[in-house]
Design a protein around this ligand. Sequence first.
Ligand code: SF4
Length: 466
Amino acid sequence: MAATRKTTGAAMPRPSQLLLGMHYTKTVSFDEERARTVFREVGDRYRMGVGFFSGVRRIQPQHLYTPAELKELGGLELANWFFFLSISQRGGLNSDDSIRLTRAVWDRRPDLFNPPQAAALSPREIRRAILGVAAEFYPKISGATGGGSLSFKLREFARHWRLNAAALDAHWGGDVRNVFTEPRTFEEYFLLIDRGSQKSPKQNPRGFYGMRRKIFSLLIFWLIEFELVSYFRIPLVVDFHVLRALIQLGVLQVNWKPLGRGNPKIEARLRPRALRQYPAVHVHETLINQVIGWSCDFLIRENLSPFDVGNGLWNLSRVLCASYYGNKSESVRRFDPEARKWHNVTAKLVNSAKLNRVSAWPKNYRDLCRYCPFERYCGLAIPAGPYYDWGQNVNAGEHVVYPGREATLGGIPWYDLPINLTRRRNNTVWDGRLPKATVIGKKTREKNLPTDQLTLTTRRGRCLVR
Ligand code: SF4
């Protein structure tokens, strides 16, 4: 089951991260030679729009869904939009959906993005506002419980929204850009806004809730990208996709342990027996912090742009890796009799040992990995399902090159051909009137589609691209 890793050179010794306030455990290491090769190429390709990256820069969700009037206005309003938007990006969620929904919340309730006004609301009012917009946005979900992409711990999220608005108003003049007035490093800025243990709110009254290093790096990423804050050295934004790309491509080595049964409070969420022996790594904050700390240091040493490298890896994983057949999973529905609620849990992964035969692959398989310039480094498969269900990256086996792949005409590598694919078929902004435009499994031909889009694989009506 364990994948064979193709590495070049030994993993480099861990750099001293104590200056950044970081600590490495013995369970992770980084292959810096591999990182140097992959980061340079992925950064260049993203910046220059080569091959798969052709046109990708234009359709990043933060560009598509940020209100045009805010972009024109810039300044305080735009900065605070990104502040509240970044806090919505917690938990395992789809960035496109959650950013579109947050945009819809802004359309309906711009006062929630104004710190003094949001601070004057109760968490209950904020939660109801989000639920009301979600009920319009997702017409099939009951407005009573469904917050759509923002459902995860919605009560806590609404409480944090108000507390953060109050902290921003009371300690930062209502403007998140004031955090960055003096030149500091990423880690020093983080210490300014770190709440510490969220159980003790008085620890740092200027700090923000629900904002650990991952979300903070995302916020800074956007603030710099939209020229709201001067450029300084930042790490990669380490979410599931960047982490998956780093592990699959052999940049990051982790300590795999059997997935096991887990110990969920809800029995319906137990890990199915068929998956328990798969090697897995828990994506906890310590792991994320170690990758953030290393990447910050490495990008500075190598003089690489976190924007080009981060965007390159993120798009690679969410579009190409997501389409790789070995990264698919199937789920089952289980009923929780106490809460009278159904749960979907991942139940089956693709058996990579059988993939050396074309007949084991789906008919008309699109083989998008041929557009990946790094397939020679890709060692294993990491499906998204277990991460979104249990916060576990599961090693589903070796990466297998599609045996039915055809040669290109003229000998140009597939990965140098522009293909115009995105993760989402319909990256249009909700106009506040139509129901959600994306229809899984049916072709939609809307105007204003930014590009031809990837057909999602479905099985018995269920989406297999998570
Ligand atoms: S070969 Fe495929 S699965 Fe592997 S990194 Fe490239 S796109 Fe992702």
